[in-house]
Design a protein around this ligand. Sequence first.
Ligand code: SF4
Length: 395
Amino acid sequence: MTSLYVHIPFCLKRCIYCDFVSGIYDPRKADAYIDALDKEVLNIPEKTQISTLFIGGGTPTALSVHALSNMIRNVFSRFSFIGDYEATIEANPGTVDKDKFQAIRSSGINRVSIGIQSFDDDELSLLGRIHSSDEAEQAVRLARDAGFKNIGTDLIYGIPGQDILSWRKTLEKAVRLKPEHISTYELTVEKGTLLYEYLMFRPQSPPSPRGRGTGGGGNKFTMPDEDKIIEMYEHTIDYLTAEGYSHYEISNFSLPGYECKHNLNYWDRGEYYGIGLGAHSFMYGKRFHNTDNLEDYLKTISEGKSTVKETELITEEKALSEAIFLGLRKTGGINLESFSKRYRVNVLGRFEKEIKEFQEAGLLEITESECSYETTLRFTRKGLLLSNEVFARFI
Ligand code: SF4
């Protein structure tokens, strides 16, 4: 299975927590960028059969209908796609309308992932999002009306000032819209972001006049503590599974049959090409990525040179460690028989010490399936809460 990722590095405004490769949308730069993408795509062998396509960003839907449709059509005409391909586009509620969704759907995209993040207007404003809760809701309806039968919604918990009640409301509202897929990410503070700056250097400064607990009245800008984060995550699992969503990856939930195939390919260490600014690829046992400087990217493409900035040859040792920490992200865990066939390694023997330690601590478990005689290594519920500690030992 080969996947293709296309990066669109433009947004209308920078969110305070964002450390993705993206700058402010400028129509002229965007046009030059789309031309460059059309050229870069020619570097991928034409006969490549694509199973999944993911157009992410940035905000792909910041582009005009015309630019977006042309770019998508160009990708579809370049490659052959398998019959039941999955093609996703990320959409930001502040940048979509009926016509844009319809154009995207008719160009061959069959899945849309909507960045909602919260249904609380104060939280959205604090995060620097460009849309309101009502617009987020409207975006889901517009996507549905445009014919999308596979809609994902991205939500964030652990927002400064957020409490469990507000998170519950966001989840409930999301479920009422009946998306096929719900991703729930804990807000992390990355160096270089505005959020990091507020927390480290300007704890009294509000990022938004409407933000709660952000210093508008002199309060500190504080993140929810660890106990609250755990409570939110546990509630997410309990609530979404009770509503019929399958918890198939640490942060991801879907209705049966609607798991994101593109991301499953990443977690299975499948091959993928990435095109565009800062895009990563994993092909022929190598990981490589493009430059993340827009001027350099445009210049190298116009000169017909390679945009690859760094290449890493994956050693056997590295491949094993990747397979473990990526495989464990799936709640179904790692099928030990398939693993030993693919990597020619007995995981239980190779990582005996680590696995035993985590089993004793109640973080990992080995389960046997009665009907298929399959053995699986996976996280326990407690392990899911402390997954980063486990990953750190396998990296
Ligand atoms: S919309 Fe997404 S990519 Fe753009 S600034 Fe916000 S978080 Fe970053």
